[in-house]
Structure formats: structure tokens, C-alpha cells
Design a protein around this ligand. Structure first.
Ligand code: ADP
Length: 591
């Protein structure tokens, strides 16, 4: 590396301030740029000068061969020295990265062109000063190396000083024959004058260039800031978890981010924009887009607007939109912009929580209704049992056998009824906890129904007429059904038909079945069911408004419904208040 000249000078040297003046610190962007600029120009100037000097050498060589003039007359050694100096400068140029190194090279270059011929002419007047060489040197420096006006001034100052010194001495001090008359002083001075003007122009030009560079630099910085901000915003837009959009009032997307494309099930924002040309199509409720538009036009913004939409694959999801209007200078709406969030998971959780809460509520209601039902429904039969037992205790000696048997029978019937109530409660408890299982067995349906009728008849009052009708022909003798569930269904429906026909009358129990399904129908001509009760008929503990004092728990039909549903069957009711009811149950048969 080339050592910095100022380091070679003693710190107290008078040259130090001069050197500092020549080497302003290259801290600013402009100076660094200028440094680079100088390097390129210096290289160009070196090559031009080298080419020029080589051509002069070639001319001299021709003269030497043709005119056989002595070679040294043509200052060949000076020119060779210049060439060597230029070649050294060219070699050092790529290594010169610092300001001072470039300046040294500049001085080397400059003095090799200007001082060397002058010095050689001074030493030996036979060596002619080649004016064309000097002209080229001056102009090369003045125009190509314009960014170093201080250095340029120095080199010219030294050259003029040298010239002035030796010219004024005019061979009085030195033995050398000084500049001869052929040295055209006015021309040389004119050249220096031109160069001085050049220097001044270059100085002004540099000031101009500096201010232009500053503004360009400011513009560049502003542009870089803009680019940085744009990159930041683009990164937020591209990487946001929420969908971001701009849409037109006509109902299509102007721009969307990758998240929105993902939420809507598209591969890319472009695909979404190209495919979805009418935003209202995505809403499951077609009025939703209209509501969105009305809200945003009224308030200028929409916050937390939740809707169910179709994704591209027709999957339904929930989204939550926040949006605002974009207006032009005249206040006209030109677009909407906002965010979209996929809130499906939250919605599912909310729905689950709502269901759980409703179930909790239902269970607590069930509990209180059960307590009130149990206190009422159990007390009556228990009181009846107690009364019958006390009567038997007191009057057993006075009553004959048949009367005692009658009271014992009453106790048995009441206990059976309590048993029926308890089994209903147990089943409803099981069904609430989804513990009921279907367990089909081979049964003879006709025999099963006839046995059930016989059991029911033992509780029947003489006012009732219970009829069994098997309407099918060509039916299989045995089918697969869950006997226990079937008993729950039929017992409850038959006992209801008997209970809700207090005035008596015919009760028809009809069955019809084939290899695939069986249909049971139980018809009575009792009090019937009011319209207002139909909706709640199968809910636990619900009792009709027209039941008066007829006892009941409100559990029978709930159990029937559960037992039918679990076997994938169906139950329907037809009823006319005051005329009677018809319950139909259809069950599929297992194989
Ligand atoms: P419960 O009979 O113990 O009240 P259920 O669940 O069996 O409870 O019946 C619910 C309600 O349906 C009854 O309270 C009654 O109002 C009505 N209901 C059921 N079966 C009949 C029927 N055959 N005739 C008239 N009403 C009926």
C-alpha cells in the first residue's frame, strides 16, 4: 500500500497544513462519490497521456531512423521517464483506495507531464520542450481531472514557479543554459491563464455539482424511506393472520391479501379476485351483503359484522368483518376496505356453550319438576296403600275373606303402579345420560301383543273395551325387536289411552307388519289433546291442560319418544279434543 504522505512528514512540518487542505476528509456521501469519480477519470487521463507520449516516442523514433538525428536530441529519455511514471501510476491506481493515495498519484501524473520536460530542458537546453505535450497535459488535467481543483492549482503553481524561477535567473546563477528564445513565454503564460480560468470554472462547477448531488441524495434517501415504508406495509399486508381487502361498491374485490384467499379457500389472492366477481354470492343468507352495505353507508364503518359464508369448496364457515368506506375528494364512496377474521371455531364453541347452558337449565328444571311430580304422584298411592293396610288391620276380624282379598288386591295394584312409575323414572334417567341400548331378540309379535293386552285388561274398568286387531296378512311369525323397549312404548301408550278415556269406550290396538317394519296404532275416544299442547307432548314432565285431576307424571310420552328414536322409528299423533286420539308408532325390524 502507498503510505500517506502526511505520515511521512514530521508533525510540525509546514507542509502538513497544505496537505490537510489538499485532503479534505472524505466522510460525506458526496466526497466518497467524488473519490470514485476521480479514480475513474484519473485512469482515463493516464491512458490518454500514455497513448500520447507513446505516439510522440514513435514519431521521434521515425525521425531518428529517417533523418539520422541523434536520439537524445529528441528528449527521448524524458519521454521514457514520463512513460515509466505513467505506468507506475496506472499500476498503483487499483491499489489506491484512500483519498491521499489518489492525490499522490495525481501529483505523480501531473508533474511527470509538466515538470519533467521543464526540468530536463533546464538541465539540458538541447532537450526541446514539446509544447503539444504540455497542452495535452494541461487540458487533460483541466477537463478530465476536474474534481481536484486544489491539486490542479498546486501542480500548475509549482510548474509556473519553476518556470519563473529559472527564467528570471536567466542563466545568471546556474551553469545551465536557461530557457532559450524559442521558448515562447507568452504562449506558456496564456496556457496557464486558460488553465487558471478552467480551474475557477471547475471550482464553480464542483459547487454546483455538490448541491445537485445533495438534492439527488436527499431524493434518493426519501425514495429509500418510501420503499422501506412500502416494504413494511406490504409485509404487514402479506403476512397478516387476518384477511385484508379492498372492495368496490359494485361488489367485487380490488385487492386482497393471502390470508383472505386462504380463509375463502383459494390458492392465491389473484385467483380469488378473478373468480369471485360477486361478493354477495358467498353469504349463506343472501340479505347479508345488503345489510352490510346499508350499515356501512349509514355509519361509514362496520365493526364486528358476523356472517356465515360458503368457502370455495362449499364448506360453511363463520367470518367477522370490520370495514370502512373510502371516499374521494367530493365525498363519494369509491371503495370499502377492512379485515375479515375466520371465527368458526369461536362460533362452534359458543354454540356448544349455549347448548350446555340450555341443557344445564333443562336439567335443573327437570329436577324441580321431578321433585314436585314425585311428591304428588308418590304420595297418593302411598296414602292409598297406608289406608288399605290400616283398614285391614282394624277390620280383619269383621270382614269376610272376599273383602279382605279386595283390599289386598288394591294394595298390590297400587304397588304395581308405583313400580311402573319408578321404572319410568329410571328409564328417563338412563335416557338423559344416553345409557339406553337397543338389544333385539327374536319375538313372536302376535303372542307378545296378546299377552300385553291380557296384562292391561286386569287394570281395566268395566266401562272400557280393549280390542286387539292384527291387520296384516302373510306376516312372518317371528321378528327381531327389543322386547323391553317395545313394552315401554306400548304399555305407556295403552295406559294413556285408558287413563285419558275416563268416560270409558272402545280402545283399539292395531298392528300391521311385514319383513321390514312394524306399525302399531292405539286409538281411543277419550278427552283428546289440545292444539296448544301438541308441541310439548314429548317433553319430560309436560302434562296437557285438559287433564284435570287425572293422575300422571308427564314422563310416559317422553319415554315413548326416546324408545322410538333410539330404534330409528317414528311416532305420530292425530287427535281431536273431546273426540279421542290416535298414536301411530313405526319401527324398522332387525334381521
Ligand atoms: P302423563 O300421562 O303421565 O301425564 P304422558 O307423557 O304419558 O304423561 O302424557 C303427556 C300428556 O299427553 C298427558 O298429560 C296428556 O295431556 C297427553 N296425552 C297422552 N296420551 C293421551 C291420550 N291418549 N289422550 C289424551 N291426551 C293424552
Amino acid at each position: 500500500m502507498i503510505p500517506k504522505l502526511s505520515h511521512l512528514l514530521p508533525s510540525s512540518s509546514p507542509l502538513n497544513p497544505l496537505w490537510d487542505w489538499l485532503n479534505p476528509p472524505t466522510t460525506s456521501h458526496y466526497q466518497q462519490w467524488q473519490q470514485q469519480f476521480l479514480k475513474v477519470r484519473l485512469q482515463l487521463a493516464l491512458w490518454i497521456a500514455l497513448g500520447f507520449i507513446l505516439s510522440i516516442i514513435a514519431l521521434n523514433s521515425i525521425r531518428f531512423w529517417q533523418l539520422e538525428e541523434p536520439l537524445w536530441d529528441h528528449q527521448l529519455w524524458t519521454q521514457v521517464a514520463i512513460v515509466l511514471s505513467l505506468l507506475t501510476s496506472l499500476h498503483l491506481l487499483p491499489l489506491a483506495s484512500r483519498n491521499s493515495h489518489l492525490n499522490i498519484l495525481f501529483l505523480l501524473f501531473s508533474w511527470s507531464l509538466t515538470l519533467l520536460p521543464l526540468v530536463s530542458h533546464t538541465l539540458n537546453p538541447l532537450f526541446e520542450i514539446n509544447f503539444s505535450g504540455l497542452i495535452i497535459a494541461f487540458f487533460t488535467q483541466a477537463t478530465l481531472i476536474s474534481v481536484r481543483w486544489r491539486l490542479h492549482l498546486l501542480t500548475q503553481g509549482v510548474t509556473i514557479g519553476f518556470y519563473a524561477l529559472f527564467h528570471s535567473l536567466d542563466n545568471q546563477v546556474f551553469v545551465f543554459s536557461a530557457l532559450d528564445s524559442s521558448f515562447q513565454v507568452p504562449l506558456l503564460l496564456t496556457l496557464f491563464w486558460v488553465c487558471l480560468i478552467c480551474n475557477f470554472s471547475v471550482y464553480l462547477y464542483e459547487r454546483l455539482q455538490q448541491s445537485e448531488f445533495k438534492s439527488r441524495r436527499q431524493l434518493e434517501i426519501a425514495y429509500q424511506e418510501l420503499e422501506k415504508a412500502e416494504r413494511q406495509y406490504r409485509s404487514i399486508f402479506e403476512n397478516a393472520i387476518e384477511g385484508i381487502f379492498q372492495s368496490s361498491p359494485d361488489g367485487y374485490y380490488l385487492s386482497v391479501n393471502p390470508s383472505l384467499a386462504r380463509i375463502y379457500g383459494y390458492d392465491s389472492p389473484k385467483e380469488l379476485i378473478d373468480t369471485l366477481t360477486d361478493i354477495s354470492q358467498i353469504y349463506i343468507d343472501p340479505n347479508r351483503r345488503q345489510e352490510f352495505m346499508e350499515l356501512i353507508h349509514d355509519r361509514g364503518q362496520v365493526i364486528g359484522f358476523e356472517s356465515q359464508i360458503y368457502r370455495r369448496d362449499r364448506q360453511k364457515i363463520w367470518i367477522c368483518e370490520n370495514a370502512r368506506v373510502i371516499t374521494n375528494d367530493r365525498g363519494e364512496i369509491i371503495a370499502y376496505e377492512g379485515t375479515v377474521e375466520d371465527v368458526t371455531r369461536r362460533k362452534i364453541l359458543e354454540e356448544e356453550m349455549r347448548k350446555n347452558w340450555e341443557r344445564e337449565k333443562e336439567l335443573s328444571q327437570l329436577k324441580s319438576r321431578f321433585i314436585s311430580m314425585a311428591s304428588h304422584e308418590f304420595r297418593t298411592p302411598l296414602t292409598s296403600i297406608l289406608a288399605s293396610a290400616e283398614a285391614l288391620e282394624h277390620y280383619q276380624d269383621q270382614w269376610d275373606v272376599s273383602k279382605r282379598l279386595k283390599y289386598l288386591k288394591r294394595i298390590q295394584m297400587t304397588v304395581n303402579h308405583l313400580n311402573f312409575l319408578l321404572s319410568n323414572i329410571l328409564i328417563i334417567g338412563k335416557s338423559e345420560s344416553n345409557l339406553i341400548m337397543v338389544n333385539p331378540h327374536k319375538i313372536n309379535l302376535e303372542d307378545f301383543c296378546r299377552n300385553l293386552i291380557e296384562e292391561m285388561k286386569s287394570n281395566l274398568s268395566p266401562k272400557h273395551d280393549l280390542k286387539f286387531l292384527n291387520q296384516g296378512t302373510d306376516q312372518p311369525r317371528e321378528v327381531y325387536l327389543d322386547e323391553s323397549l317395545l313394552r315401554q312404548i306400548l304399555e305407556n301408550l295403552l295406559s294413556n289411552a285408558i287413563k285419558y278415556s275416563p268416560q270409558g269406550g272402545e280402545i283399539r290396538f292395531m298392528i300391521e307388519y311385514n319383513a321390514h317394519k312394524v306399525c302399531f296404532q292405539i286409538q281411543d275416544s277419550g278427552i283428546g289433546i289440545l292444539e296448544e299442547d301438541r308441541e310439548y307432548l314429548f317433553q319430560s314432565f309436560h302434562r296437557g291442560k285438559n287433564v284435570d285431576n287425572l293422575p300422571g307424571t308427564g314422563l310416559g310420552l317422553a319415554i315413548v319418544k326416546k324408545a322410538v328414536d333410539i330404534q330409528q322409528g317414528q311416532i305420530t299423533v292425530e287427535s281431536l279434543p273431546g273426540k279421542g286420539s290416535l298414536f301411530s308408532v313405526t319401527l324398522p325390524l332387525y334381521h
